[in-house]
Write a new protein. Structure first.
Length: 200
């Protein structure tokens, strides 16, 4: 099937082939736990078990070629420095990042929790992303939506609803941006004045 599709597949012809793969994989697992990104790439470059992607292979060849030069050309220096820095990072950090991306963490984005429910939820509403301005959205609830801003309002309102409807028991919302008096009025009407604490 792999040949028909024109793709690479490992070929096992003898017991020695299987033993070689097992040894290479055992070493790879060890390097993932103890080594750097560079150690893992070097190992895969030699064993091809499994193979590096074509893009990664190209970059690795370019990096090796540059590292052999007495002086790296100015236009290639940034590429070399970035790859060199990445290769010195412990591979365990990649595993941790992968776990974070795959939700093995108590943290998530508002988009990432759509459809899920949790006992307790803390929502942090800030201005880290230009598409959402929570104070503005809450003001518009009170004062009306300006003409031409309906889509902006709906996007923010819908995401706020998704985030606020995740908890089964307790919900806490922390606004890291200053809320206008009109925005505070909306929050008070929705959650009750007694449930709001202003922090310095």
């Amino acid at each position: 099937m792999s040949e028909m599709l024109g793709s690479y597949a490992p070929i096992f012809r003898t017991l020695e082939d299987k033993i070689k793969w097992k040894n290479d994989f055992d070493k790879l697992i060890e390097l993932r736990e103890e080594g750097t990104i560079g150690d893992v790439i070097n190992h895969l470059s030699v064993t091809h078990h499994p193979r590096l992607s074509h893009k990664l292979e190209e970059r690795e060849h370019k990096f090796i070629k540059l590292s052999k030069l007495e002086e790296i050309p100015e236009e290639e220096q940034r590429f070399y420095d970035i790859i060199n820095s990445l290769k010195n990072i412990k591979y365990k950090e990649i595993i941790a990042l992968s776990g974070y991306i795959n939700d093995k963490t108590p943290f998530s984005t508002k988009h990432g929790v759509k459809g899920a429910q949790f006992e307790n939820v803390l929502i942090i509403c800030g201005r880290g992303w230009n598409q959402y301005n929570w104070s503005q959205m809450l003001e518009w609830v009170c004062n009306g939506i300006p003409k031409g801003k309906e889509e902006t309002f709906e996007r923010s309102r819908n995401l706020f609803y998704v985030a606020c409807s995740r908890p089964k028991m307790r919900l806490a919302i922390l606004f890291t941006q200053i809320l206008s008096p009109a925005a505070l009025n909306t929050i008070e009407s929705w959650f009750g004045k007694e449930n709001i604490i202003e922090l310095d």
